[in-house]
Design a protein around this ligand. Structure first.
Ligand code: GMT
Length: 390
């Protein structure tokens, strides 16, 4: 029998790809017989607390007049890691999103000394391309990544971006472990029945296509392009659009939809975790982002058999195969993306072919168990390598 590990997982608890992957890794490790301690600011949205072998430790920041609200999070997290590591004898601490998690982990390891767990840092995307490369955070992000015993990324794109944008030596090993999906939860419907869509659009026509988008509505997601693509498609072929998520650009997106008179055709669901029943009924998934290290939302759609129209950026070409599982276009090329959607919804036989290939690719390339095995191999590798200097 392989040795049971005590694993700490630190992530943001909110609706983002990094928190989803962290949660799935932790739950998967618990299913593989390890004891998993989530150390996070709040219960991660997808965390099933009742799962055997899973424990949750909340990072609490006490209010003090000298501390800016939220500003003490990195040290409160470091303190909690020290506490949990001492009580639970963590073998490995796996932090998701470099800023500030890898830095808090490094601080904790400095305090713990020889008793410190090994540190695995998974970079997710904006922690490098947006935050970590910002001069305000660059030196500490470079340092904290280099102090990790292993570093993983979801795509070769993000590995190269990390070397380039953080000016790190290419001798620093970075493992690529692609994002993965629970293909049993995200799957095509056995007998598609559009009734759930009628709760969202009570006048939905039988052959009206449904477009879908999921994101955190940050500017880099280009939600206004989603609306513009939909408006062009809808002009040619009356359709509907469902958007899941919330964030800074939601107000402007809702305003645009009303300004265009499309509010009966567009539904904003807000932050939701249980949207798979609607997603599996969609015809096309839209992800016209400025950048995407991988595009987990696109993978979840493909796993449901929904073809994707997305930007040709970052790690998205690893996920979406143009002409097979969807289409890619240059960032901001709204007319081209609208034409790609129209092409997909005009030809049922081709759509079915794309849908089947999308599902097949999710299952063959991005299934959950091989990814969990790859993460566990990283844990075992760092545990058997030379002692690290905390
Ligand atoms: O997409 C986001 O802005 C959320 C972000 C996160 O950190 O939660 O997602 C990033 O990590 C995901 C999981 O690894 C990737 O699938 C997303 O592509 C990546 N987002 C970006 O690179 C913009």
């Amino acid at each position: 029998m392989t040795e049971r590990l005590n694993v700490g997982i630190t992530c943001f608890p909110t609706f983002g790809g990094s928190g989803i992957i962290a949660t799935e890794v932790g739950l998967g490790m618990a299913r593989r017989g390890h004891r998993v301690h989530f150390i996070s600011r709040a219960l991660p949205v997808r965390l099933d607390r009742s799962a055997a072998g899973v424990f949750f430790h909340e990072v609490t920041e006490s209010d003090h007049p000298v501390l800016h609200p939220g500003g003490a999070y990195p040290i409160a997290l470091a303190s909690k890691i020290i506490e949990v590591s001492g009580y639970e004898q963590l073998d490995v601490l796996h932090v998701h999103y470099a800023v500030p998690h890898a830095t808090s982990a490094w601080m904790a390891r400095e305090v713990l000394g020889a008793r410190a767990p090994k540190l695995v840092t998974t970079l997710h995307g904006t922690d490098i391309t947006l935050v970590g490369s910002d001069p305000s955070y660059l030196p500490i992000t470079q340092f904290s990544i280099q102090k990790s015993d292993a570093v993983t990324v979801p795509s070769a794109f993000l590995r190269d971006a990390t070397y380039q944008q953080l000016d790190l030596p290419r001798t620093l090993p970075i493992d690529v472990i692609p994002n993965f999906v629970d293909t049993e939860r995200y799957k095509p419907l056995a007998a598609p029945n559009r009734e759930p869509l009628l709760c969202l659009f009570d006048d939905l026509g039988a052959d009206e296509p449904v477009l879908f988008h999921v994101s955190n509505f940050r500017p880099l997601k280009r939600v206004c392009d989603v609306i513009a693509i939909f408006a062009e498609v809808n002009r040619e072929r009356p359709s509907r659009l469902i958007l899941v998520g919330d964030g800074p650009d939601r107000s402007v997106a809702e305003h645009t939809v009303r300004h265009l008179g499309l509010h009966r055709r567009v539904c904003f669901l807000g932050n939701q975790d249980r949207f798979v029943d609607w997603l599996a009924l969609a015809d096309v998934f839209l992800l016209p982002s400025e950048t995407e290290s991988f595009g987990l939302a696109a993978l979840e759609a493909m796993s449901c058999g929904v073809p994707v129209v997305a930007s040709e950026v970052g790690g998205l070409p690893d996920v979406v195969v143009p002409g097979e599982t969807g289409w890619l276009a240059p960032v901001g090329d709204v007319p081209r993306m609208a034409a790609q959607v129209l092409d997909l919804i005009a030809n049922r036989a081709r759509w079915l072919d794309f849908s089947q290939k999308a599902r097949a690719r999710a299952v063959s390339h991005f299934a959950r168990e091989p990814a969990l095995a790859a993460y566990e191999a990283v844990y075992r590798r760092v545990l058997t390598s030379c002692p690290s200097s905390p």
